[in-house]
Design a protein around this ligand. Structure first.
Ligand SMILES: O=P(O)(O)OC[C@H]1O[C@H](OP(=O)(O)OP(=O)(O)O)[C@H](O)[C@@H]1O
Length: 230
């Protein structure tokens, strides 16, 4: 079997999602060199403040963690773009496994009662075929031993993609994005919201507002990446 895999690999090698060189055994999605350019965000007081500052004055976030810095033209952007726009859904699982390590070492999110993804609009979901945070979120929910709650929080607006907008435009673009149904699992709950990237925080803030309206007591956030302010 391994022999067949090796032959297949000669003709159809897996390529680094950033620099496109063929990957060797042991490498996944990124070659060693590109992998070294991914800058993880440590879980410490300084970086907690940095992440929390996105939501200061708007929402109280219990705990927050983001795996890596998101910067244009770097392997972090290639990873997220391959995950969202090039069908590489398994990148979500791969990143989640890295987050799980941090989560277990730091005893993070231990009082969470459910994990919820930032939902895609049904039209976007149809185009993409999957929500890019599903794989990531389900691994986290399984690790924490809690339910992965979908369908109650819904994206109702069909606004344009945030990706091409500047910081200010992202906020004005995010009026009524989501609605949330009442659900027994949300009352007095501690919800862990998961998404791919935090840029201005407008998307997650909008979700938080809807969750608080239906009786959620605490919200924590975990994302794959965070765009630092320039
Ligand atoms: O912190 P913010 O400024 O709100 O930006 C972050 C959001 O922007 C992107 O969504 P978007 O709707 O643009 O994704 P798309 O590429 O799927 O359209 C991303 O997936 C986050 O959900």
């Amino acid at each position: 079997m391994q022999f067949l895999k090796d032959i297949f690999h000669i003709f159809f090698p897996n390529l680094c999602v950033h620099c496109s060189i063929p990957l060797v055994t042991g490498e996944k999605f990124l070659c060693l060199e590109c992998n070294h350019q991914v800058v993880p965000i440590p879980y410490d007081e300084y970086h907690q403040k940095m992440l929390q500052s996105t939501f200061y004055g708007s929402a109280v976030i219990e705990q927050i963690s983001s795996y890596m810095y998101f910067r244009k033209a770097t392997p972090s952007q290639s990873l997220i773009h391959a995950l969202k726009y090039r069908g590489q859904e398994a990148i979500g699982t791969w990143l989640a496994k890295r987050v799980v390590k941090q989560l277990q070492e730091q005893h993070l999110f231990e009082s969470v009662t459910a994990v919820m993804p930032v939902p895609l609009h049904s039209r976007r979901l149809k185009e993409r075929g999957y929500n890019q945070v599903t794989a990531f979120g389900t691994v986290l929910a399984r690790t924490l031993g809690v339910v992965y709650l979908t369908k109650v929080l819904k994206r109702v607006s069909t606004r344009s993609s945030q990706t091409i907008l500047k910081r200010f435009e992202r906020f004005s673009n995010s009026d009524t994005l989501f609605t949330c149904e009442e659900h027994a699992l949300l009352r007095d709950a501690h919800i862990l919201l998961v998404d791919d990237v935090i840029t201005t925080g407008a998307t997650l803030l909008n979700c938080c507002e809807q969750l608080y309206k239906v009786g959620v007591r605490k919200i924590s956030i975990c994302t794959m990446a965070y765009t630092p302010k320039e």
